[in-house]
Design a protein around this ligand. Structure first.
Ligand SMILES: C[S@@+](CC[C@H](N)C(=O)[O-])C[C@H]1O[C@@H](n2cnc3c(N)ncnc32)[C@H](O)[C@@H]1O
Length: 289
């Protein structure tokens, strides 16, 4: 049976949040944000919401590149259902100098479940981002309906997903080596193909859907530390929760060995392909295009 990814709680992300401290936006996030700015410039934004913000890679990329341009009247909000993730972002915000980075001062950080955006007014924001979020959700349609509701007419959604990657393959192999038939599937259809993502966004009522693929890289320092990090992913913890201690150790050992086989030297990087999607809520007048 294929293992499901959609059964995590905010607390499931606690250890990963600690490991992700200082995590910076990679090429996928940078490309997603840059294209969003071309579609609707942040300099004329009515409000921004980073959905499933985690430790803040996406909102940091926006604020660092465009923060000073965002109009004073626009709200800037980052939300995640995991309090441990938010605490890392709160720390990052506190460490910013308000003199040199005033845009960070305006960032509001709140615990929000992507399925229920009822604390955000209908049609109140022009930009919503969802970096590696929607494929994790138990009811992505509900979350997309909520995203669509909070966007103003013409508003833009920028989101990312994964088409495939060496680290996901390595993880799946380690489980098969330990317990054949586990069939770990981290990113399931419709989220792992261009047609799938386009289809689910259009079904949610979005228009002008653009899909692009970008090569991505995950960097790591040591095989052991990276294997430990992968073991902390909620989907992995869901599976290993029913394993004996010895079996968990075995998965981690296979993982470490597989990583070493891919790259005989550490530090190293693993390659992947990400899906970037942009989509709009239909405009009601030509001014909103
Ligand atoms: C892979 S991380 C991505 C974080 C960030 N968006 C980025 O691109 O680096 C996924 C994030 O989604 C959050 N998440 C998962 N389910 C969620 C839900 N139902 N509502 C809000 N956030 C959720 C997790 O807590 C985690 O921070």
């Amino acid at each position: 049976m294929t293992q499901d990814v959609s059964q995590s709680t905010g607390d499931s992300w606690k250890e990963l949040a600690q490991k992700s401290r200082g995590y910076k936006a990679g090429s996928t996030t940078q490309s997603m944000v840059a294209r969003m700015n071309e579609i609707w410039p942040f300099s004329t934004a009515r409000g921004l919401f980073d959905n499933g913000c985690g430790t803040g890679a996406v909102i940091s990329a926006i604020l660092d590149a465009y923060g000073v341009d965002i109009p004073a009247a626009a709200s800037v909000l980052a939300g995640d259902f995991s309090q441990p993730m938010l605490e890392v972002l709160i720390e990052a915000k506190q460490s910013k100098s308000t003199a040199s980075e005033p845009a960070w001062d305006r960032l509001e950080i709140r615990q929000i479940d992507a399925h229920d955006l009822s604390t955000i007014a209908t049609a109140s924001v022009s930009h919503v981002t969802g970096g590696h979020l929607y494929f994790l959700l138990s009811d992505a349609q509900m979350a997309l309906a909520e995203t669509h509701r909070v966007l103003c007419p013409g508003g833009v959604l920028g989101m990312t997903s994964g088409k495939g990657s060496q680290h996901i393959d390595t993880l799946r192999d380690a489980f098969e080596q330990t317990k054949p038939g586990t069939k770990l599937n981290l990113i399931q259809e419709p989220w792992s193909s261009e047609e799938g993502v386009r289809g689910i966004l259009e079904a949610a009522g979005f228009v002008s859907v653009e899909i692009s693929l970008v090569e991505s890289e995950v960097a790591y320092q040591t095989y052991e530390d990276f294997a430990e990090t992968l073991m902390l992913m909620p989907v992995v913890k869901n599976i290993t929760a029913s394993y004996e201690k010895e079996e968990c150790i075995q998965v981690q050992q296979y993982l470490t060995r597989n990583l070493r086989e891919i790259n005989p030297r550490a530090p190293g990087t693993l390659k992947g392909v990400s899906i970037i999607a942009h989509a709009r809520k239909a405009p009601t007048s030509s001014k909103e295009i």
